[in-house]
Design a protein around this ligand. Sequence first.
Ligand code: ADP
Ligand code: ZN
Length: 432
Amino acid sequence: MYYDEAEKLSRLEIERLQLMRLQRTLRQAAKSPFYKERFKECGLDVDAVKSLDDVKSLPFTTKQDLRDSYPDKVLAMPQSEMVRMHVSSGTTGTPTVIYHTQKDLDWWASLMARCMHMVGLRRTDVFQNMSGYGLFTGGLGIHCGAEKLGCLTIPAGAGNSHRQIKLLMDFKVTGIHIIPSYALYLTTIFAELGIDPRTLPLRIALVGAEPYSEESRRRLEALYDMKCYNSYGLSEMNGPGVAFECTEQHGMHVWEDAYLPEIVDPATGEPVPDGEYGELVMTSLGREGMPIIRYRTRDITRFLTEPCPCGREHRRIDRLQGRCDDMMIVKGCNIFPMQIERILMSMPEVGENYLIILERDGFIDNIRVKVEIRDEFFVEDMRQLGSLQKRIASRLRDEILVTPRVELVERNSLPKSEGKAKRVVDNRERGA
Ligand code: ADP
Ligand code: ZN
């Protein structure tokens, strides 16, 4: 039932292991120019860390710190020991570089294989990885996990939808890794080809790399007749394989033998009470080449406090709400794009894509939502469309407390990216 020993550790065993690995990680980190300096600045004696609670007194590491240390000041071993580097996708600005030794890569692949095994993938599965390869960790990261598990692994890469569909069919693919926005978009290509994705032998999808709602998951599960499991990771902590849903589909287990997660108030950096939302902070516990201490992920989530019925005692985090930076403030209301997605994806008339546009009229900010409508609802009758438009606007208003301007558009008319979707366009500067 379990992939490895670490997966079945008890709380007590996990915490004992974490303390040991935290101490080792700190000693290792202190060998890097960046942490040597940082620890000296804050007068930190790494040997004085005697309990897991002491982690709270360690300094944070931010994305900016990693950028400032470009290209190699966080390396704790000579560069000749490194065998691979990755770069974050750069969704929020200048990317950061992460290096790995062979041992780091082996550990990462095992974590990834553990995730895949947990949701029922086995060596007999044929697995197609539909995310970009290259510097993005969703490519090689998932790939190496799938190979380690022993699946026949197809490195399809991103885009080229017709080829994706051909591979899925010709090789009777049973498992895939796919970005949620692309998975939704791909259904429109299936429709154009007159193929029903439910007729494929697909069973399991690993879906992640960007925020998506529970409603999108349910929609994908119905459209493809497969199970979708949420997959969370970030380049700074290797990439995918950091936290993963079990078959309960309720929150993602953080592999705590490899990571030490905390949730803090993004404004103060102080821990929030268990169960409350805040910013996820992560310490790598297994990396030798480039350990990272208390990394501020900017991702908003919370710990789920009840034990998981699956029996695993690695703590779970809730579905990510988005990044702190994603929060929009319109007419004094704080809005996350995910709130909008949740409403849209629960409405059967709404198609697979949408775009949020922030505008400014004079001194007033407005929010415009362009929504793709399913072909069968895109009727000529203006009255019906008008009433649908009003219904969407009012459902959104109930959720975000601001009335958006809703614009209905035809299927496949909104821009589509092969990588992470860009859901928000901010035109406020231009309008001012
Ligand atoms: P970038 O920050 O440039 O996008 P990465 O490619 O390392 O760099 O992506 C990691 C980020 O992707 C995470 O910090 C998070 O914001 C987002 N992410 C990854 N998986 C998920 C997921 N399952 N749900 C929501 N967001 C996710
Ligand atoms: Zn579980």
